[in-house]
Ligand binder design. Structure first.
Ligand code: TXA
Ligand code: MG
Length: 334
């Protein structure tokens, strides 16, 4: 299959029209959102949705997030919802937040991986909203990467993973948030955060009073199935170093083993001069999130054998990026 590339610049209508036509015909099209690029298909068409799982190599028990253009379209997919959902939507949507609600069965069974619930969000991105409006369909869309790899934040990342496997990519520039949406279980009296993102617990708490965070450590069947799979893995092993004082002896030891060493660091860290490559994430939480996946994708076997991420201030790095780094990492050095 030849993957078409549509460029969305200044509301380019032709790009949107052609991408929408492919989606309506049951094809898979990658599109930009504010968080990461999504791999979209008509959420009501089981065959179209199965093409997403095939292209990504995604396990069938991991449900997909459905993207809609507006609040009304969101409510068309669910049975009931608690009153606090209206408040959350008013405060945060369009934006990087996904609501898990009881499905009314309008989306295809493979979208929800057989769960009675569906995850829905309204993305805050011009091209995504234009595409959703033009095709008039709810679009199921996981991140547009091959399963297990870092999520894509540019059209180039998507093509690096999926060129030849999908009908088209809509290029709308770099995704500016850089980490996936906050996923909130809204099936209970109190909302429960299943995946952390840019919209924080504190912000949700301010709007609805109380909120809980799911403890993955205590559940044997994860409520959000995707959380149990390995994610975001760079080409080379990544170690998180929580105690910077150990860094010099770690570098010395690995050098003796003949390893080429990379260091991942943020603004406050001093990059080491005796390493083979340094990867700079940024200086504040938003910049760090926006650069994360591109930086993980830059870690190539030809340059380094192992990368150490220096974590001197988890608070500054932020909970969403700490969560993703924790899952991208092979090991944590305390
Ligand atoms: O920002 C985002 O959310 C991006 C963009 C493309 O919208 N999408 C994304 O999709 O990150 P994906 O498939 O990579 O991650 C979806 C997460 C998974 O952890 C999945 O298990 C969870 O959301 N999820 C989806 N539907 C769910 C449901 N009904 N109940 C619980 N968790 C659900
Ligand atoms: Mg993903």
């Amino acid at each position: 299959m030849r993957t078409k590339l549509f460029i969305h610049k200044k509301n380019h209508q032709i790009a949107i029209t052609e991408a929408a036509a492919l989606l309506k015909a049951g094809e898979v099209v990658a599109f930009p959102t504010e968080t990461v690029y999504g791999l979209g298909a008509d959420a009501t068409n089981e065959r179209a949705v199965s093409k997403i799982f095939k292209a990504k190599g995604r396990p069938g028990d991991n449900p997909l997030i459905v993207h809609v253009a507006c609040k009304q379209q969101l409510f068309e997919l669910v049975q009931t919802y608690p009153a606090y959902v209206e408040k959350l939507i008013a405060a945060f949507s369009p934006g990087p937040i996904t609501y898990v609600l009881p499905s009314n069965g309008r989306v295809a069974a493979n979208v929800t991986a057989g769960l009675p619930t569906v995850g829905v969000r309204i993305p805050d991105h011009k091209a995504a909203l234009a595409l959703l409006e033009m095709c008039g369909l709810p679009l199921a869309a996981p991140s547009a990467n091959v399963s297990g790899k870092p999520s894509p934040t540019t059209a180039k990342h998507v093509l690096d993973d999926l060129d030849g496997k999908i009908a088209a990519v809509l290029d709308g520039g770099a995704a500016y948030v850089g980490v996936e949406s906050t996923v909130v279980d809204c099936t209970r009296d109190v909302p429960v955060i299943l995946r952390v993102g840019q919209i924080k617990k504190e912000a949700i708490q301010q709007v609805v009073g109380s909120v809980e965070v799911a403890c993955a450590a205590y559940t044997t069947t994860p409520k959000s199935p995707g959380v149990k799979y390995k994610h975001y893995m760079p080409e080379v092993p990544l170690y998180l170093v929580m105690d910077q004082a150990k860094m010099n002896s770690i570098i010395d030891c690995e050098k003796r083993n003949g390893k080429k060493i990379g260091i991942l660091f943020t603004g406050e860290n001093q990059p080491f001069d005796n390493v083979d490559k340094t990867f700079y994430l940024g200086d504040d939480e938003r910049e760090i999130a926006a650069n994360l996946y591109d930086t993980l994708r830059q870690m190539k076997k030809r340059d380094v054998d192992i990368v150490f991420a220096i974590i001197d201030s988890p608070k500054k790095i932020g909970s969403a990026v700490m969560d993703r780094l924790g899952r991208a990492a092979t090991n944590v050095i305390n």
